[in-house]
Every structure is written in structure tokens, then in C-alpha cells.
Design a protein around this ligand. Sequence first.
Ligand code: SF4
Length: 348
Amino acid sequence: MNSDTRDIRKLSKEELDAFIVDMSFDKYRSNQIWEWIWKKQKTDFDGMKNLPKNLKETLSSHFHFAEASIDKKQISIDGTIKNRIKLYDGSLIESVLIPVESQNRFTACVSSQVGCSLTCSFCATGKMKLQRNLDAAEIYDQVVIVNEQCKEQYGRPLTNIVYMGMGEPLLNYKNVLKSIYHINQEVGLGMSHRRITVSTVGIAKMIKKLADDEVKFNLALSLHAATDEKRNKIMPINESNNLKALSEALSYFYQKTKNKISFEYISFKGFNDTTEDAYHLLKMTRLFPVKVNIIEYNPIDGVNFERNSTEGVENFARLLSNEGVTVTVRKSRGLDIDAACGQLANKE
Ligand code: SF4
């Protein structure tokens, strides 16, 4: 990679158009290049077959591709595949393919940052510290890689994408939205917004910004405790973004977008699984239409929380569903390869 050149995938379409015209090529060439980059996912100029030689040379002398590639792949006994992805600067992130064949659901879980600046006590990534934000193309590459893997392994493309890997997506707002733009575009992966969920620990100001920007994808709040007192203990972000502020922001998001909202709720034995906890959670579900996903806790080194019994998780779920709340219990996937929720941390 020539460090004097720019990463072509950082250009907007307008910037690429302007470059092509400046270099005295026909403007339609820009559309061809755009299609090679985002739809056909080419990462070298030589392979762009319908471009003339002098244009390929011009492109090579001005641009490069900051490519991401699989550095290590682990396959769980339940079919989950965890990929360690190496970025152009040697940084490592993780992306996971979660197949649920019985429901015909094949989900990519992608990272938005290298590490994380927040320090949720139950999360392995939070122990890594933030190294940097990912570019839109680095997020897009993860989806492309996992999509190809899904086709190879299961003979079909992805059905869903969740921004639930390493990092807090709303602290890398611009690049996350740009990556979703490319995933959604016809000259891209052509995947519907309805199949994309961005998961946040809750930054009220940014949730309102999503609403003002009229995004079309789904939003998940990693709630995990339904009182400020308990949430402060496990998620320091709650001290500056308490449940009242988050509820207001989510109500605003729902009013403006009508997009689906879900609460992610990891069940920690003896911490957030009592009848009283269910009552507080229930109150929050009355503010706007919301689905609750109860997630089994996945132990990580150096954390004292205990995994709840299947019965404990189901009892808690029942307390909610009996009151008419839509609840699903999510079984841990990829536990044996540390690919489950909260376990992504480049262990090696
Ligand atoms: S749960 Fe998300 S926001 Fe919290 S530390 Fe982990 S990666 Fe960061």
C-alpha cells in the first residue's frame, strides 16, 4: 500500500465524480468505479475490467484500498463462526456469523470500534480500551466477509445485521450511518433497513439525532437493569444518560421514525432477575412499543456475575409476557469460542 495515496473508499460519490472529471475522463466512468467498489466489492483497480488502462493507472497512482481480511476463524459446535479481522493498520476486531437454521435467520454481528471507551462491567471489550473508530468501509467489509462466509457455509446470504460487536456504534455515528447507507444501497449489498439493528448502551443525545436524521433501521437499547441505581453499577454511561433521559429519547425516536425498538436485557443471577426488577422493566415497556430480548449471561474472566439458570431466565420472561410484553429468550451462541454477547475481546 502506497502511503502517499488515499483510500478510495473514503471518497463520497460526488468526490469521485469530481476527481474523474478533473482527470479529463468521462463522468460515467465514476459510476462504473463506484459499482466495482461497493457492489462487486473489488479491492484492486486491475480487476475493474471495463475501465481503460490509463484510467486504472491514474486511479492506482492516486488511491489505494485499505483492505480488511480474516486473520483467524473459529467455528463453534453450534455453527456460530467468529472471525478475527485484521485491518490495514494491523488492528484486530471481531465479527460473528450467527446461524439459526430452524428460523432461517443468519445474522452478522459487526464491530464499530477497535476496543471501546465505555466500561460496562460485564463486557470483555470494555476491558480493552478504545483504540480507534472504524471507517465505514471497515464496517462494510465485515458484512461482506460474513455474507460470503454465510453463502459458502449455508448456501444463502445473510438475513440480518446487528451492530452489536466491539464498540459503541453511536460514538462512531458518521461511519456507522455511512456503512448502513452502503449496505442498503442497490449499488451496494441491497439489504433492507428493516434487517439492520443498531445496538446502543444509550446515549440520549445521539438517539435523538438518529430520530432527527430520520434513519430507517431498528434500534436496540442494551438496558440490562431497569433502575438507575442498578444500572449505574454495571454501566457507567448511565450516570450521564439516566433512564429518564433514555426513555424520553426513545419515545422521541419512536414518534419520529416508528422504527422497531428493542431492549436487550442480560439476566444476571441475583442482580436483575427479581419480581421487582420485572416491575421496573414493565413500566419502561409502557412508554412506546418495544420488544424485550432476555439474554443468557456469558461469563468472562475477572467478572463476578453469575449465569442464571434456564428456569430463572424463563420465570423472569414469564413475568413480562404475562403482562402482554413481547419477550424472547436468547440462548447463548458460540459460547465455546468466546463469540457470545459481551465476550468479544481478541483474547489472544
Ligand atoms: S457493552 Fe458495548 S458499550 Fe459496553 S463496554 Fe462492551 S462494547 Fe463497550
